[in-house]
Design a protein around this ligand. Sequence first.
Ligand SMILES: *[C@@H]1O[C@H](CO)[C@@H](O)[C@H](O)[C@H]1NC(C)=O
Ligand SMILES: *[C@@H]1O[C@H](CO)[C@@H](O)[C@H](O)[C@H]1NC(C)=O
Ligand SMILES: *[C@@H]1O[C@H](CO)[C@@H](O)[C@H](O)[C@H]1NC(C)=O
Ligand SMILES: CC(=O)N[C@H]1CO[C@H](CO)[C@@H](O)[C@@H]1O
Length: 421
Amino acid sequence: MKNSVKVVAVGVILVAAFQQLGILILVRSEGCHFPAIFNFGDSNSDTGTVSAVLDRLPLPNGQTFFGKPSGRYCDGRLIIDFMAEKLGIPFLSAYLDSIGANFHHGANHAAGGSTIQFVDAKLYGAGFNPLSLEIQVSQFEQFKNRTTELWNQSKNSCIRNTLPNPEDFSRALYTMDIGQNDIHFALTTMTEVQVQASISAIVDLFALAVEQLYKLGARAFWIHNTGPIGCLPFFVITYPPKAGDADQNGCIVSKNKVAQQFNNQLKAKVSTLRHRLEDATIIYVDIYSAKYSLISNAKDYGFPRPLEYCCGKIGIVDCGEKEIVNGTEVYGTSCNDPARYISWDGIHYTEAANKWVATRILDGSFSEPKVSIANACLRPFSSTITDLNEAEERSSSSAWDGNGSAHMHHLMKALQPTLVL
Ligand SMILES: *[C@@H]1O[C@H](CO)[C@@H](O)[C@H](O)[C@H]1NC(C)=O
Ligand SMILES: *[C@@H]1O[C@H](CO)[C@@H](O)[C@H](O)[C@H]1NC(C)=O
Ligand SMILES: *[C@@H]1O[C@H](CO)[C@@H](O)[C@H](O)[C@H]1NC(C)=O
Ligand SMILES: CC(=O)N[C@H]1CO[C@H](CO)[C@@H](O)[C@@H]1O
C-alpha cells in the first residue's frame, strides 16, 4: 500500500463524532505515516543552515554520532533527529545547504540564532540571525512552489527522489521550536517589566506563522515550547543569580520565570489556533518540563553535574574554536565524557540529554493533547482535548508500536563571538 493511501490511517481515527449524541466511533489503525517533516526553529533544531551559510561548524561538534561536524551545535543528534528516527524518516537536510541535500522527506528551515521577531539592526547587532521565523516561512513557500514546479516538469525519478512529492505537503508533520533567542535577547537587553510587555507581540507573530503555514497546506503541527533558559550554564555563569534567585538546582529563578510566561502565552495561543484552524491538529509539547525534570533529577539519570558543560570555555573560547588569550593560544576542547553532561557548550544540550528528552516527549507524555508523535495527525473531530487524550489512551494499549527505528542553540560566530546561541 502506498503512503498516500496510508496517511489517512492514524493510530486511532475519530471517524465521526456525533457530539450531540456523545458518540465517538474510533477505528484503530497504525499511525499517521508522515511522509515528510518541515521544521522551523533556531539552533535547537538547526541541522546545517548556519554551518552552510557561514562558517562550517568545527569538531568536536558532531564527534559522538557523526564522527565529523554535521552542522549541529551538539556532539551528536538533536531532538529533531530523534523525531525523524522515530518516524522512520532520514535526518532532515537544511534548506539552505547546497551540498548533498535531499528533500524527499522534508526540509529544515531552522537556523542557529533565529528569532520569532523580525531582526532589526538592534537584534542583528546583538548577534541574532536575519533568518527569523517569518523568513523561514517565506523560504518554505518558495520551496513548496519551486519543488512542485520541478516535480511537474521532471518525470525523471533521480530528480523526483530528491524532492518532496507535492501531495506530501498536506500530509507532512510541521515542527516548530523557536522563541529561546527572543527571550535571550530580552533578558540581556531589557528590564523585567519590558521583557514581560514584549512577550505577547512575539507570541502573536508565532501564531501568524502557524496560520501562514496552514494557508500553505500544513495540517499537522508539533510545537515545542521553550526550555528553562535560567538553567543554561551560559546564563548561570554570565549572569550569576542574586541571593534568593537560585532554585535548588542552581538555576536562575527569574530567568526561568520569563520562559514560563512565554510558554503560558504560547499555550493559550495554540489553544486559540486550534479553534481557528479546525481541521488542523496542533500538538503543544512542554519541552520546558521535560528539560527541567532532567536537570532536577540529573544524578539519577547519569548526569552528575547538571549545570556544568562539556565543550569550550564560556566567555573565553567557543567549542571547537581557537582564541589567543593573554598571548597564549587556547582551544575550545571537549570533555572526555559528553554522555555525562546535559550541556554540550553552555547553551546547547548534548546528544545524551537530547536523547533523554526526546524519549520522554515523543510518546506524548509532555504533550497537549497527549498524542505520540506518530499519531500527531489525529484530527480533532471532537473538539475537546479530553476526548483526544482518551483516544490516545485507548490506542496505546493497541498494537501500534511505532515504525521508526530506535528513536534542537547558537549564535553565528561570524556575527558575535561571545554570544553563542
Ligand atoms: C507560490 O505560488 C502561489 C500560487 O501560484 C503564488 O500565489 C505565490 O505568490 C507563490 N509564492 C512564492 C513565494 O513563490
Ligand atoms: C503540477 O501538476 C499538478 C497536476 O497536474 C497541477 O494541479 C499543478 O497545478 C501543477 N503545479 C505547478 C506549479 O506546475
Ligand atoms: C588574562 O590576564 C588578565 C590580567 O593578568 C587576567 O585578569 C585574566 O584572568 C587572564 N585571562 C585568562 C583567561 O587567563
Ligand atoms: C522505517 C520503517 O520501519 N518503515 C516501515 C514503516 O512501515 C511500512 C509498512 O508497514 C514499512 O514498509 C516500512 O519499512
